[in-house]
Write a protein that binds this ligand. Structure first.
Ligand code: F6P
Length: 341
């Protein structure tokens, strides 16, 4: 078989570990050969390829980012895009494709599988919000990076008697905020699933100062206030129609300082959470996903995504995996509220 591999959407620590595992097992166990596509769906759309073999994937296991490059190109939004991809794959002799991506990239993979293309998906996102898998690789690394930052912010918050607000990624789901806030001992955690009450947040802050400690607020970038309680700005849209976020930390900084009188400062972790070397957990998960993805394609099992269930890697229909996002259940959030304030 000739197999195409692409990585789409926001990059994520562990992508190279997946690519390496696919190529290593695919070449050495099954005797398949590979075509790498540059920059997500832009690669097959524009016939932009690179050599992908055991030699070109050597030494990439601990490297962050993706050797293939990534983009948020959505071929479904491009006139004749799907047909162009089909034609290009045919010309290249590619008879199977492994798409490594999140909700958007796998949504396109689902549509292409519907057109009869042999395609297997690998779930990727630091946000951990893909349904049908217990964890996505990259999440553990992002949480660890955020926890390291929170640990450091505690000591400077104490020295200056300040409120420190840490804005982490999480557009629709607050998994990074929840886990890093819990592991980092935050005094308030704000997530998109549960609109917050700014008056309640300020009460937690005052309570914390009353105990002679400085509060740390961890907020997911997609967190929003309860309707009508605070104004927010809107950003630009990307090709998949998502608003470019960022800004809730700054809004909170001003609002908390104005309401409580305590000096407040925000830290936006941003793309630091997606960069650099993956944790051992993510390297193992990414490698196992890669090994199982090539097995699935080799077996002719198209239209599936590999997923972690407990400690097993299973295959689930791509359509099921991309149907809805995995949000933080309210009871999981309420579990940690005992630490607020
Ligand atoms: O989808 C993963 C993610 O990390 C989101 O949490 C975040 O909103 C988005 O990517 C930002 O990505 P970019 O700035 O690369 O568009």
């Amino acid at each position: 078989m000739r197999i195409g591999v692409l990585t789409g959407g926001g990059d994520c620590p562990g992508l190279n570990a997946v690519i390496r595992a696919i190529v290593r097992k695919g070449s050495e166990v099954y005797g398949h050969d590979f075509v790498g596509f540059h920059d997500g769906w832009k690669g097959p759309l524009e016939n932009d390829t690179l050599t992908l073999d055991v030699a070109t994937t050597r030494g990439i296991l601990p490297r962050g980012g993706t050797i293939l490059g990534s983009s948020r190109t959505n071929p479904i939004k491009v006139e004749g895009g799907v047909e162009r991809i089909e034609k290009n794959l045919k010309t290249l002799g590619v008879d199977g494709l492994i798409a490594i991506g999140g909700e958007d990239t796998l949504g396109v993979a689902t549509a292409l599988a519907g057109h009869g293309l042999n395609v297997v998906g690998v779930p990727k996102t630091i946000d951990n919000d893909l349904n049908a898998t217990d964890y996505t690789f990259g999440f553990d690394t992002a949480v660890q990076i955020a926890v390291d930052a929170i640990d450091r912010l505690h000591t400077t918050a104490e020295s200056h008697h300040r409120v420190l607000i840490v804005e982490v990624m999480g557009r629709h789901a607050g998994w990074i905020a929840l886990h890093s806030g819990l592991a980092g001992g935050a005094n308030v955690i704000l997530i998109p699933e549960r609109p917050f009450d700014i008056a309640e947040v300020c009460t937690y802050i005052e309570k914390r100062f009353a105990r002679h400690y400085a509060p740390i607020v961890v907020v997911a970038e997609g967190a929003t206030p309860k309707e009508g309680t605070m104004a927010l700005q809107q950003g630009d849209l990307d090709a998949f129609g998502h608003v470019r976020l960022g800004g809730i930390g700054q809004v909170l900084e001003q609002e908390i300082q104005a309401r409580t009188g305590f000096e407040s400062r925000q830290t936006v972790l941003g793309h630091v959470q997606r960069g650099g070397t993956p944790t051992a957990f993510d390297r193992v998960l990414a490698t196992r996903f890669g090994l199982h993805a090539i097995d699935a394609l080799h077996d002719g099992d198209s239209g599936v995504m590999v997923a972690l269930r407990g400690t097993d890697i299973v295959r689930v229909p791509l359509s099921e995996a991309t149907a809805e996002l995995k949000l933080v259940p309210l009871e999981r959030y309420e579990e940690v509220e005992v630490f607020f304030g």
